[in-house]
Design a protein around this ligand. Structure first.
Ligand code: APR
Length: 259
């Protein structure tokens, strides 16, 4: 469905704000991958809406018994509720539009809560994956990441070839702290940013949801792209109630018309 006139007007406003900004960043969530066939967590069609939020002691369980964690993971005892959607998903027009914003020199960095690798698959190069990446493993000792494919799992828990630490899935578990290196990089980016595009997040999970607040407190502007109200809507300078797959390409078009 084409975007209506009032939405196009708001997208024009957002483009002017971006044009006036010095250091534009973005924060994305599950909503940006909905048009790629991956369910969100909350709201209509959300996984947690259907099954309830997982308990917060996932990481404590891993720490207490990393071998058991791996045995369960490898036994597929815990079949992912996402089914094959991750494996089958392809980047959509929203992901591709962020690649264009980066190529235009507009977008300085993109912080995502998504573990689906779709921003990287689309071609974005300045991506910070706050909650990890489903295709990677990470050493909990030195934070080194490894491709999951082909990693030696002959002994459990697998060990880091660099420091000997325990290796786990790179996906950040409930109750697990965000890895120090990626958190520091995110904080540095928002510290420089005077404009943040926030797309497809309910903004209820911290510390990710605190990042736009830091930009706002620093005098920056916030542009929200979300068909529904989020916890962030009240502090946004422009709110675009549309899907990211339609709104972000339209935003790129509006920016090009301003130059
Ligand atoms: N385009 C843009 N936004 C959309 C679209 C769409 N096509 N479809 C849905 N949305 C919005 C919803 O309105 C909702 O506000 O995307 C948001 C998705 O919110 P959540 O499901 O809560 O996802 P997210 O904010 O990324 O969750 C944060 O919670 O469960 C943890 O670790 C998980 O990274 C995740 C974190």
């Amino acid at each position: 469905m084409p975007l209506d006139d009032s939405t196009l007007t708001l997208i024009g406003e957002a483009a002017r704000l971006i044009k006036r900004s010095r250091y534009v960043t973005a924060l994305t969530g599950a909503g940006i991958s909905v048009e790629s066939g991956i369910r969100p967590f909350r709201g209509p069609g959300g996984l947690w809406t259907e099954f309830g939020e997982p308990s917060m002691d996932g990481y404590r369980t891993f720490e207490a018994n990393p071998r058991g964690y791996w045995e369960e993971m490898l036994s597929h005892a815990r079949k992912s509720r996402f089914g094959d959607s991750f494996r089958e998903a392809k980047p959509n027009a929203g992901h591709l539009a962020f690649v264009e914003l980066e190529a235009m020199g507009v977008l300085k960095s993109l912080i995502t809560q998504n573990i689906d690798d779709l921003h990287i698959e689309a071609g974005s190069t300045k991506v910070l994956e706050m909650h990890g990446n489903r295709l990677k493993l990470r050493c909990v000792g030195c934070n080194t990441r490894f491709p999951k494919a082909g990693f030696d799992l002959s002994t459990l828990p697998p060990r880091c070839p660099k420091c000997g630490g325990v290796v786990k899935d790179d996906i950040v578990m409930f109750g697990e702290p965000i890895p120090r290196d990626v958190l520091a990089a995110c904080q540095a980016e928002v510290g420089r940013s005077d404009c943040m595009i926030v797309a497809g997040t309910s903004a209820v999970v911290y510390p990710a949801a605190s990042l736009p607040l830091i930009v706002k407190d620093g005098g920056g502007v916030i542009i929200e792209i979300n068909p529904l109200e989020s916890d962030l809507s009240r502090i946004c300078d422009v709110v675009v109630r549309a899907s990211s797959g339609e709104a972000i390409p339209s935003l790129v078009g509006a920016l090009k018309r301003l130059t």
